[in-house]
Design a protein around this ligand. Sequence first.
Ligand SMILES: Cc1cc2nc3c(=O)[nH]c(=O)nc-3n(C[C@H](O)[C@H](O)[C@H](O)COP(=O)(O)OP(=O)(O)OC[C@H]3O[C@@H](n4cnc5c(N)ncnc54)[C@H](O)[C@@H]3O)c2cc1C
Length: 620
Amino acid sequence: MNSASGLEMSTIDIRNEQMFPKLAPNEIDRLRRFGKVRHYAPGEPLFVTGNVAPGMYVLIKGSVRVTRRDPLGHSAPIVEQGPGDFVAEVGQLSGQPAFVDVHAIDDVEALLIPPENLRALMIEEPELGERIMHALILRRVALIEAGTGGPVLIGAENSPDVIRLQGFLARNAYPHQLLDPAQDQDAAKLVEQYAPNPSDLPLAVCPKGTILKNPNETELARALGMVPIDERDRTYDVAVVGAGPAGLSTAVYAASEGLSVIVFDARAFGGQAGASARIENYLGFPAGISGQALTGRAYVQAQKFGARVMIPSEVVRLDPTETPLGLHLTDGRRVKAATVVVATGARYRRLGVPNLSDFEGRGVWYWASPIEARLCRDEEIVLVGAGNSAGQAGVFLRSFAKKIWMLVRGPSLAESMSQYLIDRIKAIDNIEVLTHTEIVALYGSREKQLERVRWRNNVTGEETEKPIRHVFCFIGAEPATGWLRDSGIALDGKNFVLTGSDVPSDARPSNNGSGRPLPLETSVRGVFASGDVRSGSVKRVGAAIGEGAVVGAELHVARADGAAESSGDAQKDSGTGSVGAMGMRLNPHCTPERAHQEATAAPSGGVVPAYSAAGPDRGR
Ligand SMILES: Cc1cc2nc3c(=O)[nH]c(=O)nc-3n(C[C@H](O)[C@H](O)[C@H](O)COP(=O)(O)OP(=O)(O)OC[C@H]3O[C@@H](n4cnc5c(N)ncnc54)[C@H](O)[C@@H]3O)c2cc1C
């Protein structure tokens, strides 16, 4: 029997069976071909918190103790595991650092399955793979709930930088703890020693002992080993820029077809969808699903098929003249790929108030997660916007805020919000919708936070000022295409990427047999676009995911028509360990002819002008 302590009992009680399933001897035998048998003496470590874990262990003989240990030196046992148990959590699919210590209690014989073979196991042994995957995901959830194995942030709960770092870790499903030095002695001592100036806070104490003073997200990610080490000379079949629904969908479809895929995201997986408290119109989830839960599954799924996901990694430039195509990252690295998929979606639009930036992260929010919501408990707040994203935020925040003033620039919500959300907002008694209304001024101190908000009714001219410390803005989004500036990729008048038949004939044409770009191909050969970033796309999760699948099919056509070859000899160039450079190990059932038919029959961006005309927030 497994015993467990140190984690939330409720979680353990309900999920213990699924979290710690035992494998029968014949099942272990089926797994032997994926690993190598290793022996450990009593006391020897199998996992060390903060060190890259070697893979998943299946215990054959003997038992191990799993212990949580935080960087401040506190430790507590989590569970003891014995023959038939497996030791891992979901990070071992992609070679992430361990969140726990694991030591042999007695002489241990274990099958060590390295990350690449663990992914192969998931695919080649689907029934066992499903059980194991389910357990690995539940273990990560339990680690997040208990804050086990990640960094300890030291700072005040309502400090803007604490909220920034907590948001980053939470959105990446990374376990962490927060200690307030005003309430915790250990934290207070560390502050005394390492943070003499208030600007040094928050401290981030990492599992391997590194202490960072008010780090940015990239510094923190690096210290935690979140971004996997890349193989410098490798050329990928597909580089996907953006890990929102469109990018993750492309990654799943392309990687599952055997292409080698690398995915970059500047901040976190999930994109805008990650901000959605409840997506109710995505097919198959009648009770709704949070954007984080939906895209979290996709993130794991993409890795299961072997996609390499680099987060946080921002792409700053695409050079189409390089062969193969070259992507340049903020940290100076350059990644080569035979094809590129632009899935950078859209970025939130900002209010036109002069001193707005003084209050961003200090009372002006573009995200309504539990982290921001807890700050406005029992307060009056302002919510700006009239699209579905604003509606969802209102429904979520109403349980925290005393009153929500919902400011709508137009005459009604009906212009841009789905009826089910309008009905829900109407039924909530602590939301008051003010139409024809805009914020005209924000007041507060730059160092501290927002204190008062003034708004105006544009019809009557009447102005109102209220003591309000939190403003949530959901006023649509603009395409994230600045990084394509010098790439030669044709954009529309609002800077969305043109694809397929929308690409003007004078722009550099693709030559894929038809003489025109494929439906989701841009004006640059071998470069595709999908999701919200694409001109004419329907700005919805379902559409973004569907486009990811369409791009997956079009990549086959690009290959068949020689785009890959023109972008360099990917096979020759692919270096060590390439899963499937273009043309290798593709789905044998998906012939170029079939892929071409499927791809060209897929709806092009140009067929839905009714949605695109209203901008990104329309109809969410
Ligand atoms: C609050 C909210 C609620 C919503 N609710 C719903 C809903 O209920 N139903 C629905 O259908 N739709 C909803 N939407 C819309 C839906 O989320 C979007 O249509 C969808 O997320 C678009 O997916 P995408 O992958 O195209 O782009 P995005 O989701 O915008 O993802 C793009 C990703 O690219 C990354 N990126 C950008 N630039 C770079 C770069 N240079 N380098 C690396 N990475 C980069 C970003 O960090 C981001 O993660 C909602 C949107 C919001 C904001």
